[in-house]
Structures are given as C-alpha cells and as structure tokens.
Design a protein around this ligand. Structure first.
Ligand code: C2E
Ligand code: MG
Ligand code: MG
Length: 727
C-alpha cells in the first residue's frame, strides 16, 4: 500500500496544476486540515474516525481537480495521525505512512473511476445536468467509500485475524452514510458557489453544520449510552464476580464444616468402639467383630475360632491397696502384653476393670486355644514394674469355641465368661466351656435374683451357735451364722448362698446387716442379766468385704449405733482373706483392732498360712477347722495337726477355739490339749435367738456333760499328750 501511495503522490506532484493555486485553494486546505484535526467523531465501537474533511476533499476534487484532492487527502491524513500522537495515542510512523498512502490511493482511485465512468475532468462536473451531477456524486461517494473501506478492512483484518467481510461489515459499513453525506454536501456547495448564491451557500453551510452537530450529538449520545451500558456491564460483572467469590467462600466454609463434622463423627465412632484407658477395642467393637466371625462360620462350617475371657486375679485388692493410678497402669501393661501375643487377625478388647477378651481366629482345635491360654499365663505372671515396685498378678481364662450353632455374639461371650468363673473357682488358669457349666450358671443366676428378693423381703435370719469355755464348761458367747428362711425351701444353709453373694457383692450389705442384728441382740441379752455382760458375739467377715477400705468405718458406725462394748465383738476372717495380701491385711487388722474388737482366723489349717506372717498379724484367736476336729483320733494325722495348731497358738500367745466338736471324746481330747474354747453340735447346733433365751436361763447345762471330777481337769502343758489321756 505504501509504495502505491508513494507512486500516487509522486504522480500527483508531477501533474499538480500549480496555476490553480489561489487563496480559495489555500483556504480550503487550511479548513480541511483544521476540521480534520478538531472536528472529528469516532464511530461508536469502531476505530474509524470521521471528519467533515471527507466532504471537503470531495469539494476540492470538484473545484480544483483530482491532484488537489489527493494532496489534501494525504495532508488531512498526516495531520490527523499527528493529532492522535499529540493526544498520547501510540501510532507508529509506519501506520502514519499507511494512512497517508490509503488516503492518497483512495482519492486517486476515485478520480480515475470518475474519469473512466464519465470521461470528463472532475472539475467540470458542475456543468453537467442535475441527474448526471447526482450520479457523479454518488459514484464519487461509493468509489471513495469502497476503496477506502476495503483498504482499511484489509489492514484491520490482518491485524485482528478476523475475516475481511467480518471487519468490513463491523467497522466500515456505517461510514457509507458519511461519504454519501460528504459527497452531497460537496455537490450542493459546488452548485451554490457557481451560482454565487451566497444565501444558498450559507444555508448549505448552516445546514451542513447543523447536520454535522446533530450527528456529532447523536454519536456522543450513542457513546454515552454505550459507556453507561459498559459501566453497567462492568458493575454487573463485578457484582457477579463478587457473588462467585462469596459463593466460593461459602462452599469453602461448608467444606470446612463438613470436614469438621466428619472428623468429629470419626472421633465419636472411635470413642464408641474403644476403651479410653488402653485404646483397645471395647465391648461394642468386640461384639460386632464376634458377630462377624459367627457369620463367617455359618458360611464355612469348617471355620473355627475361640473366644477367651480373661479376668485378673486379685486386681481389686491391688487397685484398692496401691491406688487406682497403679491399678490403671497395671491394666495398661497387661493390655500391652496381650497385644504383643495376638496375631494380626485376632482381636484383644478390654471390657471393664480387669476384664479382657480375645478372639482367636484360625485355630485348628482345642489344643491351640489351650496353648495360647498357657502362653498368656506365662506372660502375665512375670512381674510388672510400676512406680518402682514389682507387682505380681495372675489371670483366670474362660475359653469358648465359636461355631455356626451360635446365633448371637453375646452367647459365645457368656459361655466364655461362665468358663472363666469355673477357672477362678477351680483355681486353674483356664477352663474350656462345656454345656453343663451353663446349666449351673443359670441356677446361680436364679439364686442371685432370689437372694436379692430375700434381702428386700427380710427373709434372712440369724442363728446363734454357743461357744463354750472348755475350762469350766461355761457359756462364753455365740457365733452369728446366717440363714435364709426361704418361703418354699425352708431354712437354707449359708454354703448355698454365701458364695453367690460374694460374687455379686451382696455379701457386703448382708454382713453389715448380720453384724448390726447380732450386736443389737447381744446388747439386749446383756441388759437382761448382768451375768451375760461378758458374753461375746462372733461375726464372719467375707474376704471380699475385708478388701474394702471403708470396712473399718462401717464397723465403727455399727459399734457406735448399737452401743455394744467393742470387747464383746469378735470378727472372724478366713485364712485366705488375710494371706492373699498379707501386708495390706496387717494394716487393716490393726485398724479394726484399734476399734477395740477382737479378731480371729477362722477355719485355720485349711489354707496356706505363712508362719512368717502369722506372728505379725494382730489377732487374738485361731479357730481350728472342724475337719480336723471331727476326725481327730489318737495317733492320726489330724490329731497331730490339732495338737500342732494348739501349741503354735500357745507360742504366739493366741487363744484357740475348736469348731465341730460332736463327741465327748473329742471334747476330752481338746481339753487335754489345752484348747480354751469349743463349739459344736455336742453343745448346741446353731439356733434362732428365741431358743438362745432358754439356754441363757440354764447356764450350767454343759457342766453336766462331764463327770464332776473331770470338770476342773485341764492339762498343764504340752507334755501331756493324747496318748496319756487315753491311757
Ligand atoms: P464357719 O464360720 O466356720 O461356721 C461354722 C460352721 O460350722 C457353721 O456352719 C456351723 O453350723 C458348723 N458347725 C458347728 N459345729 C458343728 C459340728 O459339730 N458339726 C458340724 N458338722 N458342723 C458344725 P454353717 O452355719 O452352715 O456355716 C457355714 C459357713 O458359712 C461358715 O463357716 C461361714 O464360713 C459361712 N457363714 C455363715 N454365716 C455367715 C455370715 O454371716 N457371713 C459370712 N461371711 N459367712 C458366713
Ligand atoms: Mg466362722
Ligand atoms: Mg469355721
């Protein structure tokens, strides 16, 4: 385009009619350049600037010929470009050259076209007839428009990569009106000038100005509207962007909330299925897994698994004597050892307190489970070091084998639990469940329920069995023994319900009841007759109760409330209750003794008393178990045992009571051995309180058992043996 422009300009320079230069031409040139620079309108949404100079270029073409018009067009283009630059719009020199070239070429092409079309020099067209003149103007406008718009469109199309048609249609088509108007204006101006009708010329100028101003106003309005629309669009876009941001924020917030919700749900789930102390699965989780194993066994009858129910022995004592913190740590250590024993697919759970349960999967038979139980025994029986001290414990394990016949997980667990109780009773490390155990458990359960009712309905009663001073055969006191007056079964002996009450903890309220009842009763008897003032009452204390730290306080309260002389109260403890945890027992015995009561060890000889401890126990009396007394015969082992116990008691400065004296023979022997007190069917069976009233009225009744001469006989020491007496 630029070379073409150069060619046109050179050609124009060469042919320029210098003779035509006059003030009119110079004025027209100045006005053209002036208008092009200042009176310009940018077509809305296009890069096209329109000026009235187009009309003036047409005018110069009509008045002075094509060369003048080309020069003016080129100049106008140059000034317009420079004006852009002054306003700070970047416009490259190459683009300026291009604009000039387009202007020159366009005008040149228009001049050529007019010459070819009408074969007259352009400047003489005013001499044509009106219709011919109008046609010329139309051709001029069209030609100028087409060449210019096509050149501009090519240029924009190359830059914007849009199709030529698209560009032309979008940016240039509107300009046709302006060219038409410009040509019209030029034509009318030429006509007006030639007819020297100044009024008409003024009207034309006025009309043209009016038209130009109106159009400019219109364009401004359009621009303003477009700007407003753009502003509104921008605001809407901003608003939309804001909304999107808000929405994204909202979504992020919601995601955060749901994440937090998910986390807390997981935490809750974990808490619901785990034990807080050890973080092992708890009962719920265990039952769920167990149920799953049962289902598995249903699908595959060959599949076998075992449930092991574990309970630590003497944990309660450890917990209560060494404190709960040590107890907790022991549980943690045990949990840890168990965890290290099981396989990946097995499960260890902690239920409560010292109870654990294990699911052993993939076992081939009973031996596997038994071997595993032995392994547990070994691991648990090696000492635990807690807070600098060594703690020993052992474990009782019940084993139940799972199979498809079980419907519910709880049933397998119940059977393992029953087997565990059997292990505890039998003092074996483990027991394997068999159905007879279940039947017994059901009976025991029924017994427990009945016993609870019995307590509520006051069906428990106290029987009293006299204890006799063997020296003078006088009544020394009574042992309070519990009975259950069952509505159907009659009087139920204690060995049928005491073990259950110990297991269930019912023994504690029962013991407190019998202690209060018998103390009140003794106080009544003592008040009735001063001779009864030295009578004593013995009450049995369960080992379970003995381990309770509040025992001392409970006994003290009963002593205070019944106003009994504490010296008249004797508490009987079994050997195992005190020996199981000797150090704690010594402390407890001291505290009880400080209340003023007497203490005796019941059923002595049946347990495993450590003699090293025995002398440290603050006790007053040993009760020889009736199994030794009942079979006591000259020279037999039992006779020897009784003799040994009595001499041991004498060494330790303890009194001895012999239980279960049923025959005169036994009485004689015991008296010879120097046994201070006796109790047995020979003197009286345990009887209710109203029958004791009769005994109290006949206090010397037992003296009649022995011949007069024997009454004051008592051996003087160990040197008189059973053998001597029988001789
Ligand atoms: P225990 O404390 O050794 O009581 C003595 C038991 O020997 C009583 O049995 C008594 O009736 C029995 N007995 C006394 N003399 C003879 C005799 O000459 N021949 C025979 N064959 N037996 C005799 P009981 O009353 O059946 O009590 C059994 C056990 O039940 C008691 O043994 C005691 O360990 C327990 N017991 C009874 N009452 C209570 C109680 O209130 N609390 C606690 N913790 N245990 C109790
Ligand atoms: Mg007793
Ligand atoms: Mg006894």
């Amino acid at each position: 385009m630029i070379p073409m422009g150069v060619f046109v300009l050179v050609w124009t320079g060469y042919n320029f009619p210098l003779d035509k230069i006059n003030t009119g031409m110079i004025a027209l040139s100045v006005v053209t350049v002036f208008f092009s620079s200042f009176l310009r309108i940018q077509l809305p949404r296009t890069k096209i600037h329109l000026t009235i100079s187009d009309a003036l270029v047409f005018l110069s073409m009509l008045i002075y010929g094509s060369e003048t018009a080309i020069v003016l067009a080129a100049l106008e283009s140059l000034f317009t470009s420079l004006n852009f630059r002054n306003k700070g719009i970047t416009i490259k020199p190459k683009t300026i050259c291009l604009n000039i070239a387009i202007a020159a070429v366009t005008t040149f092409a228009t001049a050529i076209a007019l010459k070819l079309l009408f074969a007259v020099p352009v400047e003489t067209v005013e001499s044509l007839g009106n219709s011919q003149f109008a046609l010329t103007l139309t051709a001029m406008a069209l030609c100028q428009f087409l060449v210019n718009s096509i050149c501009v469109s090519i240029f924009i199309s190359i830059k914007s990569e849009k199709s030529l048609w698209e560009v032309w249609n979008e940016y240039c088509l509107n300009a046709l009106v302006i060219y038409a108007a410009g040509a019209g204006f030029a034509g009318v101006s030429v006509k007006a000038l030639h007819q020297i009708d100044m009024v008409l010329f003024a009207v034309v100028i006025g009309f043209a100005s009016l038209l130009f101003m109106t159009y400019r106003r219109y364009v401004d309005d359009v621009k303003q509207t477009a700007a407003k629309a753009e502003q509104a669009e921008r605001e809407r876009a901003e608003q939309a962007e804001k909304h999107v941001e808000e929405l994204q924020h909202h979504i992020a917030e919601q995601e955060k909330t749901s994440e937090a919700l998910r986390e807390s749900r997981e935490r809750f789930r974990h808490a619901a299925y785990h034990d807080t102390l050890t973080d092992l699965p708890n009962r719920n989780k265990f039952i769920e897994t167990l149920q799953f194993q049962i289902e598995k066994a249903k699908h595959n009858p060959q599949y076998r698994f075992a449930v092991l129910f574990l309970d630590l022995n003497r944990f309660k004592t450890i917990n209560e004597s060494l404190g709960h913190s040590v107890g907790d740590q022991l549980i943690l250590h045990v949990a840890h050892r168990l965890m290290n024993l099981v396989g990946k697919k097995d499960l260890v759970a902690r239920f409560s307190g010292d109870e654990f349960a294990i699911i052993l999967t993939k076992i081939s038979g009973a031996e596997d489970a038994a071997q595993f139980a032995e392994l547990i025994k070994q691991k648990i029986s090696s000492p635990f070091t807690i807070e600098g001290r060594q703690i020993f414990t052992s474990v009782s394990i019940g084993i139940a084998f799972g199979n498809a016949l079980y419907k519910q997980a709880e049933d397998v667990l119940r059977d393992a639990d029953i087997a565990m109780y059997h292990a505890k009773e039998s003092k074996h490390t483990y027991e394997i469940f068999n159905p007879t155990m279940h039947a017994r458990a059901v009976t025991l359960l029924q017994l427990e329920t009945d016993l609870r009712h019995a307590i509520e309905r006051n069906e428990l009663i106290v029987y009293y069995q006299p204890i006799i001073d063997l020296k003078n055969m006088q009544l020394r006191g009574f042992e309070a023994l519990m009975r259950w007056s069952h509505p159907q079964r009659g009087i139920v002996p204690p060995n049928e319900f005491i073990p259950v009450s110990e297991e269930t903890g019912l023994i504690i309220p029962m013991t407190l009841w019998i202690l209060r009842e018998s103390c009140e009763q003794l106080v009544k008897w003592q008040q009735r007759n001063p001779l009864n003032g030295l009578l004593m009452i013995s009450v049995n204390l369960s080992g379970k109760h003995f381990a309770r730290p509040d025992l001392v306080q409970q006994v003290k309260q009963i002593l205070d409330e019944t106003k009994i002389n504490p010296k008249c109260v004797k508490l009987e403890l079994t050997e195992s209750a005190v020996m199981d945890n000797a150090e704690t027992a010594i402390e407890m015995l001291k505290q009880l003794r400080a209340l003023g009561v007497q203490l005796s060890i019941d059923d002595f000889g049946t347990g495993y008393s450590s003699l090293s401890y025995l002398h440290r126990f603050p006790i007053d009396m040993l009760k020889v178990d009736r199994s030794f007394v009942s079979t006591m015969e000259e020279g037999t082992e039992n006779g020897e045992i009784v003799r040994t116990i009595i001499s041991l008691a004498k060494t330790l400065k303890l009194n001895v009571v012999a239980e279960g004296i049923e025959s005169i023979h036994q009485l004689h022997q015991l008296r010879v051995l120097g046994c201070e007190y006796g109790q047995g069917f020979l003197f009286s069976r345990p009887i209710p309180s109203h029958e004791i009233d009769k005994i109290l009225d006949d206090r010397n009744r037992w003296q009649r058992i022995l011949p007069e001469s024997n009454l004051n006989f008592m051996n003087q020491g160990d040197e008189i043996s059973l053998l001597h007496l029988s001789q």
